[in-house]
Design a protein around this ligand. Structure first.
Ligand SMILES: Cc1cc2nc3c(=O)[nH]c(=O)nc-3n(C[C@H](O)[C@H](O)[C@H](O)COP(=O)(O)O)c2cc1C
Length: 201
């Protein structure tokens, strides 16, 4: 019989992530949806940076970025990514590894349209991850795109989401004397069912 109870109960790892995130939204001082997103370059050199997790779908996680950025190039080259959610207030982490593809359909338009006008224009102005001469040049670019796109900018073709479909997820919660609880969900692909294992701390 499984001894997976309490905060680990249930077989749907997306439901558990949603429940833990809802708790973190109450306890974290800011950005409870911040994830450390890991990619790998063409030489196998790992890379990591924070982004905001914007949607938890039935079978995938979605974040938004610039498609010309380093992270986007690395994801498109490898077709895969990993991330971790960590909440200091809850002393818990969720680890995710999987395949990653563009989410640039109507959901990306809807999310872009929900952002403030300044953020929408900022997405047009920034060639993310490229060198920049000065802050002044960036503000000049913001003025230029404001003149071009006005108050109803469309989502830039170079900006949108990525959807990570996990083949592995792990839920970790702090335990007394470093005897933490860990449960790992693994599956061959999104079409196959999950296998769940308790792991040594
Ligand atoms: C808390 C936090 C949230 C962030 N959220 C995003 C985000 O949602 N999308 C994004 O493109 N960059 C985000 N950033 C900036 C990235 O960490 C990073 O600087 C940028 O995306 C360029 O990364 P790259 O050169 O590896 O592509 C965030 C940074 C922090 C600290």
């Amino acid at each position: 019989m499984s001894d997976r109870t309490g905060i680990f109960a249930g077989d749907d790892p997306f439901a558990i992530t949603r429940a833990w995130l809802a708790e973190a939204e109450v306890s974290e001082p800011n950005d409870p949806n911040a994830i450390a997103l890991s990619t790998v370059d063409a030489d196998g050199m790992p890379n990591v940076r924070m982004v905001l997790l914007k949607d938890i779908e039935a079978e995938a996680f979605v974040f938004y970025t610039n498609y010309g950025s380093v992270k986007a190039q690395e994801i498109e080259q490898a077709g895969r990514a990993a991330f971790v959610l960590h909440w200091k207030t809850l002393r818990r982490q969720v680890r995710v590894r999987g395949t990653a593809t563009r989410a640039d359909g109507p959901e990306a338009d809807a999310y872009y349209d929900s952002r403030s006008l300044k953020s929408r224009l900022g997405a047009w102005a920034s060639h993310q991850s490229q060198p920049l001469d000065s802050r002044t040049s960036l503000m000049a670019e913001v003025a230029k795109v404001t003149a071009t796109h006005g108050t109803h900018p469309k989502r830039p073709p170079f900006w949108g989401g990525f959807r990570i479909v996990p083949t592995e997820m792990e839920f970790w919660a702090d335990g007394a004397f470093r005897l933490h609880d860990r449960f790992r969900w693994t599956r061959e692909s999104a079409q196959t069912s999950w296998k769940i294992q308790r792991l040594q701390p």
